[in-house]
Design a protein around this ligand. Structure first.
Ligand code: PLP
Length: 427
């Protein structure tokens, strides 16, 4: 037994499933999760001292590369000044101003510690602001694990959802309607029938939790128009896409101004930091100004804010996104070419530093299309790459992430290994 196997056995005895977040358990690909000992730049090392080129990037935060020396130094300095005060700080004002500068739809912002908190709070705020209960989300979009968002579609278009997790009372999801992503007709029908009772619509403006799926221009434009017409709050969940697909997030690429935006991952640079913000008139409803309660012992934590501020500084340096996007495209083009040579149904696409790999003939446009892709092929690909020290997320339904530390050499290595793995895969 190697050390990863030993640790997994040991972990399973004391931590449910051996992990602190389900996807880490390799449930959908099988095998033993790698226990990570350290990370630097484009690499992670497991407990058996095997080095991997990493395209997980802590599920998005590691955009400047793991353990970037400047981020580590900022964290060290902040830590020396105290880990948490439970009182306002100058640095949190600075990061709030920085976020508002980079994402112009954000007039005011509040810091929290996880994406789950950000979306949960944004939804409560939208309900408080509108005085309405109903919310709309889209199939395949993930917004964290708060009760009213752990919901699967009802039996018909206008049937409210059912809990997708045990432990969530049906009463808690009876106000959540789940619609198919990119389905303009479903949106129009829903708003025509119940639009005036909708508090908010929340979506991933480029979905990254059903692999990566892009919205059609018609879909997001219709969504913006209908929410405006019916007085529903439009929440862009940019926890994954914020500062990842572009400096201004997905909203800057599509020219849409949401009412509220949630952020996480990159803004914490690997530390627990997230945020929600948007229109000042809506944000004014938050406690202590307004009646919508929201709080957090560690909110705006000084060490996390220091990591976030330094990360936001680095990503604003000239050419950062141009290089990131170029490298991500280089990888996707290379993978497409070697898959074609191997005669394998495969495609990929990228936006900025985020990309999707699909074992399908065409890029999926919805959860249903993604679910129809060949997940058996993904499993073989995943393990083939991992055996050659290249790590992708352990599920066909996850997006992948490039960092500024990935070089053309890393990318060429990845494509070379993929060419071999694709050829050896069982059809
Ligand atoms: N929203 C989106 C789009 C996410 O991708 C995630 C996590 O992956 C979340 C919310 C939840 O964030 P966290 O895991 O920090 O609670």
């Amino acid at each position: 037994m190697n050390r990863n196997q030993q640790l997994f056995e040991q972990a399973k005895k004391i931590i449910p499933g051996g992990v602190n977040s389900p996807v880490r358990a390799f449930g959908s690909v099988g095998g033993v999760p790698r226990f990570i000992k350290k990370a630097a730049g484009a690499y992670v090392w497991d407990e058996d001292d095997v080095q991997y080129i990493d395209y997980v990037g802590s599920w998005g935060p590691a955009i400047v590369g793991h353990a970037h020396p400047e981020v580590i130094e900022a964290v060290r300095e902040a830590a020396l000044g105290g880990l948490s005060f439970g009182a306002p700080t100058a640095a949190e004002v600075q990061i709030a101003e920085e976020i508002a500068k980079l994402v112009p739809s954000v007039e005011q912002v509040r810091l929290v510690s996880s994406g789950t908190e950000a979306t949960m709070s944004a939804i409560r705020l939208a309900r408080g602001f509108t005085g309405r209960d109903n919310i709309i989300k889209f199939e395949g979009c993930y917004h964290g694990h708060s009760d009213s968002l752990l919901v699967k579609a009802g039996s018909g278009l206008l049937t409210f959802g059912n809990p997708s997790s045990a432990g969530v009372p049906a009463d808690f999801t009876k106000h959540t309607l789940v619609l198919p992503y990119n389905d303009v007709a479903a949106l129009q029908q829903t708003f025509a029938e119940i639009g005036d009772s909708v508090a908010c619509v929340i979506l991933e403006p480029i979905a990254g939790n059903m692999n990566m799926i892009q919205p059609s221009a018609e879909f997001i434009q219709t969504l913006r128009r209908l929410t405006e017409q019916h007085g529903a709050v439009l929440i862009y969940d940019e926890v994954m896409t914020g500062f990842r697909v572009a400096l201004g997030g997905a909203q800057s690429l599509h020219g849409i101004t949401p009412d509220l935006t949630t952020m996480g991952k990159v803004i914490g640079g690997g530390m627990p930091l997230a945020a929600f913000g948007g229109r000042a008139d809506i944000m004014a409803c938050i406690s202590p100004l307004g009646g919508v309660y929201q709080a957090g012992t560690l909110s705006g934590n000084p060490v996390a804010v220091a990591a976030g501020l330094k990360t936001l500084e680095i990503i604003q340096r000239p050419g950062f996104y141009e290089q990131l996007a170029k490298h991500t495209q280089m990888l996707c083009h290379g993978l497409n070419a070697v898959a074609q040579e191997a005669g394998l149904p495969f495609c990929s696409q990228s936006v900025g530093g985020m990309f999707g790999l699909y074992f399908a003939d065409a890029v999926p446009q919805s959860y249903a299309e993604m679910a129809a892709s060949n997940t058996e092929h993904f499993k073989q690909f995943f393990h083939g790459m991992l055996d050659h020290q290249i790590a992708f997320g352990p599920s066909a339904f996850e997006a992948c992430f490039m960092s500024a530390a990935h070089t053309p050499e890393h990318i060429a290595d990845t494509i070379g290994v993929a060419a071999e793995v694709f050829t050896q895969m069982v059809r």
